[in-house]
Design a protein around this ligand. Structure first.
Ligand code: CA
Length: 526
């Protein structure tokens, strides 16, 4: 080899090794999650708001990545969903069953952020955490730490690596600012990839929009969901016996100020809770002339407009973050996920809130972009749950998950469009009762077409839905002899899932979990 050729080889090796140092070979992970954002409030998923209240920036992720149609929560409430996402395990194995009296997350257990950190990733968390214990597995965190870790929309208190501080401004914007600042300031010299959890508190109750969007939908009458006037026939003791109807909104949800005549603090607090009158009537009416029906529609309009205005700010901020990735040349090597901790009722069945195994709260939005790896504008219909998130994210980074993780990676499902070794049914279990919202504990199974639910706490009621014939789940056909064989078969599959996931305990033992006070995080634990 000539001296000149040797020189060239050495130079090219140097260039190659320099690139090795500065360019991460593993993808960055940007996990964006909101709180209570239903997929039917994202225009990429369609629905009655898609033209009135579009979400162009979230939609952009779907156009450039994969939109997942059948991602389900395993316990549709904030803290438990978050604990499941972190651990890849169902509530009964990660120990976080409920928000109200659900205690604090056991932070000594394995979580996926910790695994990323152990495998050379720079890790950070922004926004809502809501698990009581300090986050483990993050180099840097800045999470909402007032109102029982719900945070407030305006001037929230953040805990920044253990130090509390009030930040002036609107929560959604602040959280995005902090995330971008961290990306800007993190050391890139080490060549380490990053894993960031960017978790907006919006659009959680009490739905306070950003100042510029207060009157965003003022001149519009929002369409009403087709199940809004559900009379709960055939489901009187389950769907028909809750504290989450339009009647249960309190005046503060509706942004009504108390009259000047009420000054006593106890009276003020009673006034603020006027919505909670299950079984005693219709709650309160905004004025003396409105009928009950008119009041329900009026409350729905106030609610949905504020909810969708909060979503608008989230979409704006996601746009800013995506622009930042583009500007810095990070978009190509960064996996971006958009999801929410569960779905939500947007007037569906006459409700707000979540909890039930019915579709609007069971379904989680899930969009994932990884340019050049996940085909753009792809759609996936596999039955996936939030126990699968942790092993999937790690799999994309080539990091194995321990055997204790109950979920499975769906990486192949997204890249190859299918996975021959995939499950045919998903499992669900909800525990919290009677606070908040009075939803009976239940477990169930959902496959591609059918859903079987057992409400077991102080009632013993089974429900069965044919989602093809009845996508809105208005007809409980459990007692219909035509379905008897199918129901038997599904019961046996449900039992197998309970064994497989180690939730095959007695009903009495399940009831104890509902009754147990595991401790509190603080106020605002719903
Ligand atoms: Ca939530």
């Amino acid at each position: 080899m000539s001296r000149f050729l040797k020189f060239l080889v050495v130079i090219s090796m140097l260039v190659w090794s320099c690139q090795e140092v500065t360019k991460p070979t593993k993808p960055n992970i940007l996990f964006i999650m909101t709180d209570d954002h239903a997929s039917h409030a994202i225009s990429a998923y369609g629905g009655i708001y898609d033209e009135i209240a579009p979400t162009p920036n979230i939609d952009r992720l779907a156009k450039e990545g994969a939109l997942l149609q059948n991602v389900f929560c395993t316990n549709a409430i904030c803290g438990p969903s978050r604990a499941t996402i972190l651990t890849g395990k169902f509530s009964h194995l990660n120990g976080y069953y409920k928000n109200h009296l659900g205690g604090k997350f056991d932070s000594t257990q394995w979580t996926f952020p910790w695994a990323f950190q152990q495998n050379g990733y720079q890790t950070a968390l922004f926004g809502k955490w809501h698990l009581g214990t300090e986050p483990v597995g993050f180099d840097y965190y800045k999470y909402h730490n007032n109102q029982g870790q719900q945070g407030t929309y305006y001037d929230p208190i953040y805990n920044e690596n253990g130090v509390n501080k009030v930040e002036k401004g609107y929560a959604t914007t602040l959280t995005a600012n902090f995330a971008i600042n961290w990306l800007e300031q993190r050391s890139v010299q080490t060549g380490q990839p990053f894993m960031m959890m960017l978790q907006f508190k919006a659009p959680h109750r009490k739905w306070q929009p950003e100042e510029k969007y207060m009157d965003l939908f003022e001149d519009i009458t929002m369409p009403i969901p087709r199940t809004f006037w559900d009379n709960y026939e055939g489901r009187e003791l389950t769907a028909g016996d809750t504290d989450m109807t339009m009647d249960n909104f309190d005046p503060r949800d509706m942004k009504i100020s108390p009259p000047d005549t009420i000054t006593d603090s106890l009276a003020l607090s009673r006034w603020g809770e006027m919505g909670y009158k299950r079984g005693t009537g219709v709650g309160w009416l905004p004025n003396d002339t409105m009928t009950i029906q008119e009041a329900r529609e009026w409350k729905y309009q106030r609610y949905i407009k504020d909810y969708l205005a909060c979503v608008r700010s989230v979409d704006d901020q996601i746009g800013r973050v995506l622009d930042y990735l583009d500007e810095k040349g990070l978009a190509e090597n960064t996996i971006v996920i958009y999801t929410s901790d569960q779905g939500f009722y947007l007037g569906d069945h006459g409700w707000y809130d979540k909890r039930f195994m019915y579709e609007p709260s069971l379904r989680m939005p899930f969009i994932m972009r990884y340019p050049g790896v996940i085909p753009a504008a792809s759609v996936n219909h596999d039955l996936i749950t939030n126990v699968d998130f942790a092993p999937t994210l790690l799999d994309f980074a080539g990091i194995p998950s321990p055997d204790e993780v109950q979920g499975k990676s769906f990486r192949a499902n997204l890249i190859e469009g299918r996975n021959s070794d995939w499950r045919e049914a998903t499992y669900y279990h909800y525990y919290e009762y009677p606070f908040w919202h009075h939803v009976q504990p239940h477990y169930g199974i959902r496959n591609e077409r059918y859903k079987l639910i057992h409400f077991y706490y102080d009632i013993d009621i089974w429900e069965f839905y044919d989602l093809k014939q009845d996508p809105d789940e208005l007809n409980n056909v459990y007692g219909n002899p035509e379905y008897a064989d199918l129901i038997d078969q599904l019961k046996s599959e449900l039992q197998k899932l309970q064994q497989q996931y180690e939730d095959d305990i007695s009903l009495d033992s399940m009831r104890v979990l509902t009754k147990t006070n595991f401790g509190i995080i603080g106020g605002g634990d719903h």
